[in-house]
Design a protein around this ligand. Structure first.
Ligand SMILES: [Zn+2]
Length: 502
């Protein structure tokens, strides 16, 4: 669509923007983001892509230098031991001894602390409050080494410094940064996952103060008591806080992540024969799922391993009974037992998947699960062929929030250097039409909003992402480097009135 040819001549209240040659894609949406975490990660030490512990130390050093060294605690994120020599988990002693240092792994499912915090971890181990899902790595003498996989809330509470009086202001600043980053990347809408009630309140205040949000935000609350209490108090229309902010469901967890070996597998890890990963407690998962369903909410269950996915589907099946209209979702649906693929369809479950996870994990995913289980891994096309609705996204800041990179990964299944040539398990690639739909209509559908949002159609709210050139014939590589010109959203597409006959 070439806007400059279609707009009516100058008319009052209409602003014309001429963009010769520009191309309007359906407004791009992301089905799985973490807005506050995205905003926060831009303020913390960024460790994404670091290929050694020396590089991690250097980045911490320059971050401290830039702040005059006067920092009580260093918080960082994005490290990935699979990029480092030996691909083994790092240790507390690899980090400077002071100040306190807390670094989250790129998937958010493991933390690495320095020696200043080891006494806290040891105290937590001895306290007997360590739940089964949490894995504190220890040395031969039983002392913690500095990495904790899927840390419990109890441990987080110990590690977190007391909330500062400026916590509310910090949260608003971080959410604004996350929202702005998403809008600048060409997104018109996002599904925010595991939002706390404090974050929801902050989003609401930002909406009021700024006269709206820069992207539509659909909220899936975290599974805290505060969230369930919020859902009890807010029923039906009370969950719509504005055209650009609504609460639709709750995010639950069936397991951890594959990179940090928290993903729960039915049989042991292929490269760690005694280890099955860490399934979340299934009784707790089912009771949370049931409660969410009964409160009229939609489930979004994080599931990575084949056991995690099976447990997520079981919880959905038990919660929804014979109902099939709620569109409960499985987030990631990364490694699915071939026997369970069909259940996505029969239970009318949405697969919320992140194409860039496949191209980040492909270096080691098969080593973790072996050649047989890999057949049901990152199986976008297989699920689509079964008639399972796909909602695509990024899981930012785990991956980049730029939807163009997600589309590039979906089209190619290669990394930024085009490797492996021809794509990893290329039969699971998506066509451009499928990828664009997955990042627009599919996201709207996943939240039950396809009547008013998604593609460009009569009766829907108009939302487009603008690019300087038509990318339909440009080849998949063009998506890797492209930046959108911007977005247009928030008007409703109306049919052109037929000219009166008399
Ligand atoms: Zn996530």
């Amino acid at each position: 669509m070439q806007l400059h040819q279609r707009l009516p001549a100058e008319s009052p209240g209409v602003t014309q923007v001429r963009l010769p040659g520009a191309w309007a894609a359906p407004g791009l949406r992301d089905a799985h983001v973490h807005l506050a975490w995205l905003g926060r990660s831009s303020e913390n030490v960024g460790l994404r892509g670091a290929t050694s512990v020396e590089e991690v130390r250097q980045r911490i050093d320059s971050w401290l230098t830039a702040r005059g060294g006067n920092v009580g605690r260093v918080v960082g994120s994005g490290w990935d031991h699979t990029l480092m020599p030996g691909a083994t988990f790092p240790r507390a002693s690899d980090l400077p001894k002071t100040p306190e240092i807390v670094l989250s792994r790129v998937d958010g499912h493991a933390i690495w602390v320095n020696e200043a915090l080891l006494p806290l971890v040891a105290a937590h181990l001895q306290s007997g409050t360590k739940p089964p899902g949490e894995r504190v790595l220890v040395d031969a003498s039983g002392a913690p080494t500095g990495v904790i996989v899927d840390a419990s809330e109890a441990l987080w509470a110990r590690l977190k410094s007391a909330p500062s009086p400026s916590a509310t202001r910090d949260l608003e600043r971080q959410l604004r940064a996350g929202l702005r980053a998403c809008a600048n990347a060409g997104l018109v809408g996002v599904h925010d996952m595991a939002t706390s009630v404090a974050e929801l309140d902050a989003l609401s205040r930002i909406r009021t103060a700024d006269g709206g949000l820069p992207v539509d935000v659909v909220v899936y609350l975290d599974h805290s008591d505060a969230s369930f209490a919020w859902l009890e108090r807010h029923r039906g229309p009370a969950r719509v806080l504005g055209p650009d902010l609504r609460v639709v469901g709750v995010k639950l967890f069936a397991d951890g992540a594959l990179g940090s070996r928290g993903a729960a597998l039915k049989a042991p890890y292929s490269d760690e024969p005694a280890h099955h990963g860490q399934p979340a407690d299934t009784n707790r998962l089912s009771s949370h799922a049931k409660r969410t369903h009964e409160l009229g909410g939609q489930l979004a269950i994080h599931a990575i391993g084949d056991l995690g996915n099976a447990n997520a589907l079981d919880a959905i099946e038990a919660a929804q009974g014979t109902e099939r209209s709620r569109r409960h979702r499985v987030e990631h649906a990364q490694i699915v037992d071939l026997a369970d693929l069909q259940r996505f369809r029969s239970l009318a479950v949405v697969a919320s998947m992140q194409p860039t996870h496949a191209t980040s994990d492909m270096r080691w995913a098969e080593a973790r699960v072996g050649p047989e289980r890999i057949a049901g891994a990152y199986a976008w096309q297989t699920l689509a062929q079964l008639g399972v609705p796909l909602a695509l996204g990024s899981d930012t800041p785990v991956e980049s929030h730029r939807p163009a990179l997600g589309i590039y990964a979906a089209l190619t299944r290669t990394d930024a250097d085009g490797q492996p040539s021809g794509g990893w398990r290329p039969h699971e690639r998506l066509s451009l039409a499928e990828a664009l739909a997955g990042f627009s209509d599919g996201v709207a559908f996943a939240a039950g909003l396809e009547q008013s949002r998604g593609d460009i159609a009569i009766g829907k709210r108009f939302a487009v992402t603008l690019f300087a050139q038509d990318l339909r014939d440009a080849g998949p590589e063009a998506w890797r480097d492209v930046s959108p010109l911007g977005t247009v959203r928030d008007t409703t597409v109306r049919p052109r009135r037929a000219s009166p006959s008399k």
